[in-house]
Design a protein around this ligand. Structure first.
Ligand SMILES: Cc1cc2nc3c(=O)[nH]c(=O)nc-3n(C[C@H](O)[C@H](O)[C@H](O)COP(=O)(O)OP(=O)(O)OC[C@H]3O[C@@H](n4cnc5c(N)ncnc54)[C@H](O)[C@@H]3O)c2cc1C
Length: 422
């Protein structure tokens, strides 16, 4: 059997690893290298950075398992930190290494800059959620903000914990983010009894070191043909097989997995009758890399920014700080230099003595992830045509766009392909 996998992001890689050695596999990738939206980029000053600062969680079970499968030791490449949400307002919530749910309740009760009443209300809300298996009440029809209102979560914890967590996890502002997906995120993180599930994992090197580069080598050794810089233009049904038309010509495959972002799917499906409508709303992310003097370091490797634009600040070592702004917001209207100056001003004022604006680089991903809104209809992983499967971070109904959802979707598509011999 010959299989085409279109898209060499984390979903396509996960599918290829699952199927390697079981079939004749060709992996088409439009870009120069594997990795898609989570990969390294070369800079003119020879330093290597990522297309965007990424944070993984201890709960990313399948992603960490995939790394291990291809011979990458997660602990060697990821710095593991207990969850701590801390910002310049003095707010700090830190989860101790205690068994679940003691860690969560202790973290809530010892949180700084918030009162007892609020802490108890939040602890009670989490307990109720858990008892209801994180089901959102059916009357909640709007965004996460409506759900927080209904749950009485309106104070400091809302502003400094729930809303930033929602924005970071769903890349969608709480006022219109999907409560059901946020509830799922809470279940998998704060509500997850697995040891270390809430830990933050920060890449020590680049994202390409974690999976795309070693996976490329691993796949090549197992006979998978990787064809970089080869965009697939369209897919055509041919009897019970598929014709793929790419920059390299037209070829026939028995099975196809499309592992591309939602905005790259419509042209590929253009010649199929009754192709499903794929939601196209996207949210942006900007990553601002600052090259501060090497002796500059943050008080904790990951801090929340509590200024006008929100966001997070990660310490990449050697004076390199990465500020991340997620989701649609007023920051999109600012020029690069205005944005860089505004955040630099806040960072200095909050975290260390003032220094001059250092060299910086801004990467704006206009379509970083799909917009995770209520009632969003996801693209199913199997369509009405046999032998065609869809993977990608947008396909799993309960998940936001993350590395973990991409990997899980890729593994699912491989499993479905093996289970459906037609
Ligand atoms: C700036 C930024 C920050 C993020 N931060 C986090 C984070 O902190 N934590 C987290 O878990 N997730 C984060 N994410 C989300 C995460 O990166 C994505 O969910 C994940 O990488 C998506 O993987 P994918 O394989 O589904 O899609 P993609 O990465 O989009 O892969 C699809 C691949 O298909 C290729 N392709 C497209 N069309 C064609 C075609 N016609 N022919 C051939 N190839 C094609 C593309 O070039 C691409 O390589 C972030 C994303 C961005 C952009």
């Amino acid at each position: 059997m010959n299989i085409a996998i279109v898209g060499g992001g984390w979903a396509g890689i996960a599918a290829a690893v699952a199927l390697a050695g079981k079939a004749d596999i060709t992996l088409f990738e439009a870009g120069r290298a594997l990795g898609g939206r989570a990969r390294k980029i070369e800079r003119t000053d020879a330093r290597t950075l990522d297309n965007g600062q990424h944070i993984l969680l201890g709960a990313y079970r399948e992603t960490l398992g995939l790394m291990q499968k291809i011979g990458v030791a997660p602990e060697a490449h990821l710095r593991r930190l207990p969850l701590r949400i801390q910002d310049a307002s003095g707010f700090c919530l830190s989860l101790p290494r205690l068994p679940h749910p003691l860690n969560l309740f202790w973290g809530l009760l010892t949180a700084r800059k918030t009162g007892w009443r609020e802490k108890l209300a939040a602890a009670r809300w989490m307990r109720t959620l858990k008892a209801r298996r994180f089901a959102v009440p059916p009357e909640i029809d709007g965004g996460v903000a409506q759900w927080l209102d209904a749950a009485g979560q309106n104070g400091v914890l809302r502003r400094h914990l729930w809303e930033p967590l929602c924005l970071a996890a769903l890349n969608t502002p709480a006022r219109y983010a999907c409560p059901r997906v946020f509830a799922h995120v809470l279940r998998e993180s704060l509500g997850n009894p697995a040891r270390g599930a809430t830990d933050l994992l920060l890449p020590r090197g680049t994202l390409s070191d974690l999976l795309p580069e070693p996976a490329g080598k691993w796949l090549g050794e197992r006979g998978v043909r990787i064809r970089p810089q080869e965009r697939v233009h369209v897919l055509r049904p041919r009897a019970d097989r598929w014709q793929i038309v790419s920059g390299g010509g037209a070829e026939i495959f028995d099975r196809v997995i499309l592992a591309v972002a939602p905005w790259h799917l419509p042209p590929l499906l253009a010649e199929l009758p009754n192709a499903p409508a794929i939601p196209q709303d996207a949210e942006p992310i900007a990553t601002l890399y600052y090259d501060y003097p090497e002796n500059i370091a943050l008080p904790y490797p990951l801090l929340a920014l509590c200024g006008e634009h929100g966001g997070w600040l990660a310490d990449r070592g050697q004076g390199v700080l990465a500020a991340v702004l997620s989701g649609h917001g007023a920051w999109e209207e600012l020029t690069d230099s205005a944005l860089a100056s505004a955040l630099h001003h806040d960072i200095c004022a909050w975290f260390f003595h003032p220094v001059a604006l250092p060299p910086y680089q801004i990467i704006r991903e206009k379509r970083a992830t799909f917009s995770c809104r209520p009632h969003l209809v996801r693209c199913p992983q199997t369509l009405s045509w046999p032998g065609l499967f869809i993977a990608g971070d947008h396909t799993l109904p309960d998940y936001p766009a993350t590395l973990e959802s991409a990997v899980r979707s890729g593994q699912n598509s491989a499993r479905m392909l093996e289970e459906r011999p037609d």
